[in-house]
Design a protein around this ligand. Structure first.
Ligand code: NAD
Length: 357
């Protein structure tokens, strides 16, 4: 099969880790007799430098014309002082919105081989855990009305959250469908004791739950969920939550797996086209040093094969290669934990994965 993939390398470690994922995808295509055509487009800080805008129209058009999109990361100190509308991060919201990607799937899996890298005690993580966070991506407070005004205490800024029944239903359905395919447990996380949007969220997901009697459904307040994730992560299988709560909880979940450098994500909408990216940022502190962990981006490539192209066997092969190198003891700096020895560079880790593939 032949597919066209738009590459958005972005800033910081973005180019290094996307190059690694491209090498793995190319090897996979060779092995299974497919052809992937990669076309790079600018996004984030590098796009601001070249065009003055974080998300040039050419990038949006290129992504819309492709079968799927692979993104590295955007942002860095160079662009931190720009106004909100032309900051690199604005491009992330823009591209998700332009592609109509309202569902974000973020697996948080603790590999048994990486138990030592998790900050949680052995008795808490046991034989590892495997959580799927389903985050709403194009609504809520990140997209609501915002601005500045004169308030009770003088000049103030405000952001607002709004969720429609339609938005809650479509993300809820994606989560129930995911739960059906896994262990049939779904926990919806909100703040229904305070927020009106959360009360509508809860009412709508409860109604949906009636359509999925095989799924064991629970609700949890977000503050409790933040605590439960470190107290007993194994209680969770699929989690569904709003844009902002999902943003925060998925970073927390990533940290208890040991490294943010391991976690992939998929953003999906109504069509097969998706946006695949690691959950971490552009890591300016290690950019250009060839020490970034490329696995999150490589696994994002595997998710692309599975969810956008229907190539499950090929995705399994990439995931198995990652498992194998971790079991063999390969570690980049972020995965070292208390291990002694010399960590692999980004290119060395990529090479080991390619060899296993
Ligand atoms: P970050 O995820 O870039 O880095 C946090 C820490 O994790 C750093 O110590 C970094 O070195 C480490 N890290 C991240 N990815 C790693 C990898 N693959 N291998 C090894 N170590 C890794 O978050 P931050 O420092 O808060 O943000 C840096 C920049 O990235 C900011 O400009 C921020 O706005 C941007 N950002 C972009 C995205 C995105 O593009 N999707 C997401 C989050 C943050």
């Amino acid at each position: 099969m032949e597919f066209n993939i738009a590459l958005l390398k972005g800033d910081g470690i973005g180019p290094e880790i996307v190059d690694s994922a491209v090498a793995v995808l190319e090897k996979t295509a060779d092995k299974f007799g497919h052809k992937f055509n990669f076309t790079p487009y600018l996004i984030g800080g590098c796009a601001i430098d070249a065009t003055g805008m974080p998300l040039p129209q050419e990038t949006v058009d290129g992504c819309l014309a492709s079968d799927s999109v692979l993104l590295g990361a955007v942002g860095g100190p160079k662009w931190d002082d720009l106004a909100g509308d032309i900051r690199p991060e604005k491009a992330l919201l823009g591209i998700r919105s332009a592609l109509g990607l309202y569902t974000n799937l973020r697996p948080a899996k603790l590999y048994p081989a990486l138990r030592a890298a998790s900050p949680l005690k052995d008795e808490i993580v046991g034989g590892g855990f495997d959580i799927l966070i389903v985050r709403e991506l194009t609504g809520g407070i990140y997209f609501g009305d915002r601005g500045f005004r004169e308030g009770r205490y003088g000049h103030e800024a405000y952001d607002t959250e709004a969720y429609s029944v339609t938005e809650i239903e479509r993300i809820g359905r994606a989560a129930f469908e995911a739960a059906v395919k896994r262990s049939k447990r779904l926990c919806s996380i909100d703040k229904a004791n305070v927020l009106e949007t959360s009360r509508l969220w809860r009412k709508t997901t409860h109604k949906l739950a009636e359509e999925y009697p095989e799924v064991s459904y629970t609700d949890m307040f977000v503050d409790n969920a933040a605590m439960q994730l470190v107290r007993d992560p194994r209680q969770f299988d699929v989690i569904v939550t709003s844009n902002m709560f999902g943003d925060i909880l998925s970073d927390e979940a990533s940290q208890i797996t040991g490294s943010i450098g391991m976690l992939a994500s998929a953003s999906l909408g109504a069509s097969k086209r998706g946006l695949y990216e690691p959950i971490h940022g552009s890591a300016p502190d290690i950019a250009g040093k060839n020490i970034a962990n490329p696995i999150a981006t490589i696994l994002s490539g595997a998710m692309m094969l599975r969810y956008s192209f229907g190539l499950a066997k090929e995705a399994d092969a990439i995931e198995a290669a990652v498992d194998k190198v971790l079991n063999d003891g390969c570690r980049t700096t972020d995965l070292m934990g208390t291990d002694k020895g010399t960590p692999l560079t980004c290119t060395e880790m990529t090479k080991r994965i390619l060899e296993v593939l």
